[in-house]
Design a protein around this ligand. Structure first.
Ligand code: SF4
Length: 364
């Protein structure tokens, strides 16, 4: 399959691993931002191909993992207390809130529906004009254009019973928060190619310069990831800290201007609470006042709840690259995909889920 097979070519993978080994003279810690990249690394055993002085740590780029427990509680309340049809991607249903999860809400009579696009939720609203329909708009910059499109379509078609519960997060502020933390160990990043396909590359140059950390934009296949690691190690060894686009088959410098305009039309930047990490200033998107009719937070009275979390869950430290899933004492014992204590164990992009699926349950 074009654009897949050639990026999984075993001979090229081993050549790249050998090239990294040749140039890596010192220990370096590199973080892949995106959970999709984490799963590819663990699934294909790419970290096992690297020399011992290169450590990969796993970033916060799993939207399900960073959605606050409070928002899960509010989604549950929307369907059980406010009688809304709550539409969501399937990945959100088993994520623990402070109370019950959305799957349990559905079992208790809540009208929770899995959709594959926010536009499907607008269609459901058209088909159910007497019921409020809320789409749980979770994601990074990648999904924001489609969610903005859903709001614009609802406005254009006069759909009065549609709104979105927004949990959008932004990558660059999270990178700054990670690099600026006192216990940071990340020295370079693999940035997420799909986010940059929308947003372009300009935001990353100042971060690389300010923190002295190279940032390589790369894709999701083994050759993409190893090429990104090679370029990152090369910069680190040469004392450079620049932004490099190694995913030019998809990412333009300016991104997708049309998609960016749609996002800017509907959303504005706001502070956002990242689950396990805390509030990161100016790191999220909220619906603009001009589209308040489509903002579930304004249309419904939703209670604030305090994240109780599991005292054992170290997901925040994992997503900041300070620890790895096998460092968690609950991994594979008290926390499993069947009985998760934290979101990274149930999300399809969660680091704990990747380790549980592809690696031994026991710590090495
Ligand atoms: S294994 Fe479970 S409890 Fe531990 S960090 Fe991962 S999600 Fe949290």
């Amino acid at each position: 399959m074009k654009y897949v097979d050639e990026y999984r070519d075993a001979a090229i993978v081993h050549q790249l691993a050998a090239a990294i080994k040749r140039i890596a003279t010192r220990p370096w810690t590199i973080m892949e931002i995106c959970g999709g990249q984490t799963h590819a690394i663990v699934k294909f055993g790419l970290d096992d191909l690297l020399p011992g002085n290169i450590t990969l740590v796993h970033g916060p780029g799993c939207p399900v993992c960073v959605t606050s427990a409070e928002l899960i509680d509010q989604a549950v309340a929307l369907t059980l207390e406010h009688g809304a049809i709550l539409c969501s991607f399937g990945g959100m249903l088993r994520v623990p809130g402070n109370g019950i999860d959305l799957l349990t809400a559905k079992a208790r009579g809540g009208d929770v529906r899995i959709v594959y696009s926010p536009l499907d939720a607008v269609t459901i609203a058209l088909e159910n004009p007497t019921k409020p329909v809320v789409f749980f708009a979770v994601g990074f910059e990648t999904t924001a254009p489609a969610n903005a499109m859903a709001v614009l379509r609802a406005e254009r078609e006069g759909v009065k019973n549609f709104s979105i519960l927004t949990s959008h997060v932004l990558v660059p502020p999270a990178m700054r928060a990670i690099l600026g933390a006192a216990d940071n160990r990340v020295q370079g990043f693999l940035a997420a190619g799909h986010v940059c396909t929308i947003m372009g590359v300009q935001e990353y140059g100042p971060i690389a310069q300010e923190y002295g950390a190279p940032i390589i934009i790369t894709g999701f296949e083994p050759v993409d990831i190893l090429e990104g690691i090679y370029l990152c190690v090369k910069q680190l060894e040469e004392g450079r800290a620049e932004i490099e686009n190694a995913y030019s088959r998809a990412v333009k410098t300016e991104g997708n201007l049309h998609a960016r305009r749609i996002v800017e039309q509907v959303f504005e930047i706001t502070d956002r609470d990242w689950r396990g990490i805390g509030v990161i200033p100016q790191s999220g998107l909220a619906v603009k006042t001009s589209y308040a009719d489509f903002d579930a937070n304004r249309r419904f009275t939703l209670k604030s709840t305090t994240d109780k979390g599991s005292s054992e869950c170290i997901s925040g430290q994992i997503m900041r690259g300070v620890k790895k899933p096998h460092d968690c004492p609950a991994f594979g014992t008290r926390c499993t995909p069947e009985n998760p204590l934290g979101a990274p164990m149930v999300s399809s992009e969660g680091a704990c889920a990747a380790y549980h699926r592809y690696r031994s349950r026991a710590a090495p």
